[in-house]
Design a protein around this ligand. Structure first.
Ligand code: NAD
Ligand code: UGA
Length: 463
């Protein structure tokens, strides 16, 4: 059997970094080189102040770094030395040209394939770790097969299913690992080689081997199904608010049916993160591209509902505060797209604050992990108003009590555990009255807050 001795991973991001750290930890005999064009990111990977926050990550990195795990910018050597190369670069939504706003922008993936083709002097297995549209491997294969130097490449699809905030746990005990490849003797040998890397810590029955296209499409489908559950329960939350039903009770009641299951039914201010929206838009594009408009419209509705939920939450704040938040202080707790991560990509916080700023609110944000610069970058990127205006209307503070002091309302956007432990009586005493709290995550003890005197508004609740 083909023995993997040297792995190179192109892309040291949220996926490449943690995934390779765990592979290196569990395979001390394999040298794992993580390379990236971003030298700041690589420098941070070589310190104890890692570029991404993920519980348990630093511990794993420290055990393997310098032993068989290396982070560097020397992409050329990384590619040349490796017998297996993971492509783990970003695949954002296209912002221009054909497929703008929907299709995945694959230029970074294509660039990697070209670099691999150009630099390789030995046979290699190329693994798609990035999330890619179905049939991307065909393009990768075509680029790799044009080298004319007789080097053989096998292309595998090995999508990543980790969620941010629980990446290490998800990598250590995955529900499954998915490996797709050509069903030829060479393809099957490559699948086996990658299987053996994971088999160092994952039970073989959890390693699913499929055809290339099934693996690529399963990743987009998994994300679409997960996001669809959130949009489904969020649509019901709107109905709960006007009928007196309680969304958490409904979610519990339906989730107890083992056919439905209880996970991913937590109603919220809307899902965020770098992937759900991007991957569904990509699925919509693929359906349209292959002439399936009904299937495209079906999946697009998941995104439409999510946008509606974020807008609905912001409008509820404005309408409740007597139809205007102009000049009113609104405290925003949380900016990350979910707890236990510093990632803010597509976070509901960005869109909710944008709506509030449009109505000239004074928004004060506190997040335990997100730096000020990131918040302003996120807002500036929307382009709704000038940088100066964003800085004038939105302030970032390091203390939640300061954020809430003198506020007319508090909006809870991220489900950080620490929010539950605050001295809510003290916060209430310092606020304008009536003191409103809008719980976009339903994480706080609403009964207790009401006893203190708060007017509580929450997702899918009618109080
Ligand atoms: P990221 O933006 O955090 O990291 C990607 C890295 O690739 C960046 O550091 C960038 O500098 C680097 N890069 C880009 N082009 C390069 C090149 N030519 N050479 C070297 N480095 C290059 O992205 P991410 O969140 O790690 O996501 C990567 C892929 O994994 C995406 O396709 C995403 O959909 C998928 N994915 C992400 C998650 C997640 O939780 N973030 C989970 C599963 C799958
Ligand atoms: C998601 C998937 O869960 C991963 O399996 C996948 O690998 C990853 O996308 C990816 O491809 O990038 P992630 O976005 O990191 O992971 O985090 P999730 O836990 O899925 O949360 C996504 C968003 O949905 C967050 O904003 C979260 O707060 C929200 N959410 C989640 C809800 O509103 N309700 C829920 O019940 C669950």
């Amino acid at each position: 059997m083909l023995q993997v001795k040297n792995i190179c991973c192109i892309g040291a991001g949220y996926v490449g970094g943690p995934t390779m750290a765990v592979i290196a930890l569990k395979n001390p005999n394999i040298k794992v080189n993580v390379v990236d064009i971003n030298s700041d990111r690589i420098a941070a990977w070589n310190t104890d102040d890692l570029p991404i926050y993920e519980p348990g990550l630093l511990d794993v990195v420290k055990q393997a770094r310098g032993r068989n795990l290396f982070f560097n910018t020397d992409i050329e050597t990384g590619i040349k030395e490796a017998d297996m190369i993971f492509i783990s670069v970003n695949t954002p939504t296209k912002t221009f040209g054909v497929g703008k706003g929907r299709a995945a922008d694959l230029r970074f993936v294509e660039l990697c394939a070209r670099q691999i083709a150009q630099l390789s002097t030995t046979d290699k297995i190329v693994v798609e770790k990035s999330t890619l549209p179905v049939r991307t491997a065909q393009a990768v294969k075509t680029i790799l097969s044009e080298t004319g130097n007789g080097i053989k490449f096998q292309v595998l699809s090995n999508p990543e299913f980790l969620a941010e905030g629980t990446a290490i746990q998800d990598l250590m005990q995955p529900d499954r690992v998915l490996i797709g490849g050509d069903q030829t003797p060479e393809g099957l040998a490559a699948i086996e080689a990658l299987t053996s890397v994971y088999a160092s810590w994952v039970a073989r029955e959890r390693i699913i081997q499929t055809r290339l296209w099934s693996s690529e499409l399963s990743k987009l489908t998994a994300n679409a199904f997960l996001a669809q559950r959130i949009s489904s329960i969020n649509s019901i939350s709107a109905l709960c608010e006007v009928t007196g039903a309680d969304v958490d009770e409904v979610a519990y009641a339906i989730g107890s049916d083992s056919r439905i299951g209880s996970k991913f039914l937590k109603s919220s201010v809307g899902f965020g993160g770098s992937c759900f929206q991007k991957d569904i838009l990509n699925l919509v594009y693929l359906c349209e591209y292959f002439g399936l408009p009904e299937a495209a419209a079906y999946w697009e509705q998941v995104i439409i509902l999510n946008d509606y939920q974020k807008r609905r939450f912001a409008m509820n704040i404005i309408q409740t505060l007597f139809n205007t938040v102009s000049g009113k202080k609104i405290a925003m707790l949380g900016w990350a797209f979910k707890k236990d991560t510093n990632d803010t990509r597509e976070s509901a916080a960005i869109y909710v604050s944008d709506h509030l700023l449009n109505d000239m609110a004074n928004v004060y944000v506190f997040d335990p992990k997100v730096p000020e610069k990131e918040m302003y970058d996120d807002l500036d990127y929307l382009g709704t108003r000038s940088k100066d205006e964003n800085r004038k209307l939105l302030k970032v503070v390091n203390d939640p009590y300061e954020a809430c002091k003198g506020a007319h309302a508090i909006a809870v956007i991220t489900e950080w555990d620490e929010f539950k432990t605050y001295d809510w009586k003290r916060i209430y005493d310092g606020m304008m009255k009536p003191a409103f709290i809008f719980d976009g995550r339903n994480i706080l003890d609403h009964k207790k807050l009401m006893e203190i005197g708060f007017k509580v508004k929450a997702i899918g609740k009618s109080y």
